[in-house]
Design a binder for this molecule. Structure first.
Ligand code: XBP
Ligand code: MG
Length: 283
């Protein structure tokens, strides 16, 4: 990354936008997947989404979209149902309720450093927001299970679920969040865990930090500002995997400010934000 002369103005960091699934918590394997399977059983279906199959189905974002993908690839007869769309919505609604129950029981911990970083940002007045594909009720339950605050007091803007027409990797949800924050993308950082999330954030022009997880560790994170195994804690160091180097023991406020400053001072070519990467639909 080429750093421009210090005389050139840089944009200060004003907001951090968090993804939810895979970023705030490892929700997919033991959370969403299990809830999907419970709902299938209740609906009299013999479907079983194994950990491996679920990894393949994660190719599409959105639970309803994932059910459709499964039907199209494994059980096409279901497409003959006259009420298919309504039925998928009902199935997904039940899965969302089961997921919430599971999360509220404390079955899904937050990932290392997540609670710490959110508190650090709030303490200095850096704005926090959510950009996720997941259903708002599931996020609400995750926050209820781990914070003594509700989600709207922790996050100023919450872009979730069907709020926009096209889910990640489309940039729509990030455009919506930026609009609500009334900030340019370069004044923000996104924290994501997946290729789809990185593609969405980058297409909206937002520099992005990646924290990988078991389902996303082998994905292509070219164009990310920095890639780490997790955010870490002061006494449990984060592990750097790519991009701008980690100069602190964990990803804390000082580290985010340093990465953002370096991004902000880079030449436009080095920012390598491809706004043409993914189409943006009107909302
Ligand atoms: C991840 C998703 C979601 C979840 C399931 O979203 O794609 O669809 O897998 O949640 P993100 P729903 O990483 O953007 O948080 O069933 O509620 O869609
Ligand atoms: Mg994610």
């Amino acid at each position: 990354m080429t750093v421009r002369p210090a005389t050139l103005r840089t944009t200060p960091l004003q907001a951090v936008i968090f993804d939810v699934d895979g970023t705030l918590a490892e929700t997919e394997l033991d959370g969403h997947r299990v809830a999907f399977n419970q709902a299938f059983k209740e609906f009299g279906l013999d479907w079983n989404w194994t950990p491996e199959l679920y990894g393949e189905l994660l190719a599409v974002t959105g639970g309803k979209e994932r059910i459709r993908l499964y039907v199209e690839t494994h059980d096409v007869r279901m497409l003959d149902r006259r009420d298919f769309d309504v039925w998928v919505a009902r199935l997904h609604q039940r899965k969302s309720a089961l997921y919430s129950e599971r999360v509220l029981s404390g079955a899904i911990p937050l990932r290392p450093g997540v609670a710490r970083l959110i508190q650090e940002l709030r303490a200095v007045g850096i704005r926090t927001a959510i950009a996720t594909t997941t259903t708002p009720s599931g996020l609400h339950s995750l926050i209820m299970a781990h914070f003594e605050a509700d989600m709207s007091s922790l996050f100023e803007v919450i872009g979730a679920g069907d709020r926009v027409a096209k889910k990640k990797p489309a940039a729509d949800i990030y455009h919506w969040v930026l609009q609500q924050l009334n900030l340019p993308p370069e004044a923000c950082l996104a924290i994501e865990d997946s290729y789809a999330g990185l593609t969405a954030a980058r297409a909206a022009g937002i520099p992005t930090v990646i924290t990988v997880n078991a389902y996303t560790a082998d994905q292509d994170f070219d164009g990310a500002l920095s890639v780490v195994a997790d955010l870490g804690e002061p006494d449990a160091a984060a592990r750097h995997l790519g991009g701008l180097p980690l100069t602190r023991p964990c990803v804390d406020l000082a580290q985010l400010l340093a990465w953002h400053q370096e991004y902000s001072a880079a030449s436009p070519e080095d920012k390598r934000i491809d706004s043409q990467a993914v189409g943006v639909s009107a909302t």
